[in-house]
Design a protein around this ligand. Structure first.
Ligand SMILES: [Zn+2]
Length: 136
């Protein structure tokens, strides 16, 4: 398969993802929206995902870059550009992993939590549980 065909196919994978719906009632971990531009992957709803998870963009960004193992940067609009090509499934897996480690309460599973103490404690607003977390 030639290079441009490959990029086209990978980009198609993003177009085929269902539209992201942010529901209020039942919490769902957001899926990435994005596209492939040459040798990069742009996540176009990075800011929305951070907001939906109730986390600082900088914290979420550090995790994502570490998880996928490449460099990347956020622009003013909140798009995240990663310096490699990724399948959507891999990025969604990274988002889920962030959710499990840094958002969801390990005690009652509520997503209604905050991070305090210089990013070292995950505190649950629902049950009051406090969990020590690893700094990224
Ligand atoms: Zn809890």
């Amino acid at each position: 398969m030639d290079e441009s065909k490959y990029i086209q196919l990978l980009d198609e994978a993003y177009k085929q993802l269902p539209e992201v719906v942010y529901k209020k009632q039942r919490f769902e971990v957001p899926q990435v929206s994005g596209r492939i531009i040459k040798s990069r992957t742009v996540i176009t709803n990075f800011r929305e995902i951070a907001k939906h998870l109730g986390r600082e963009e900088s914290h979420f960004l550090r995790f994502m870059l570490k998880e996928v193992g490449v460099r990347g940067e956020c622009n003013d609009k909140g798009d995240l550009t990663l310096h490699s090509r990724f399948q959507p499934a891999m990025l969604n897996k990274a988002v889920s992993s962030y959710f499990l480690k840094y958002v969801q309460c390990p005690h009652c599973n509520s997503p209604d939590t905050i991070i305090t103490n210089e990013n070292s404690i995950l505190k649950c607003n629902a049950c009051g549980h406090q969990e020590k977390i690893t700094r990224i």
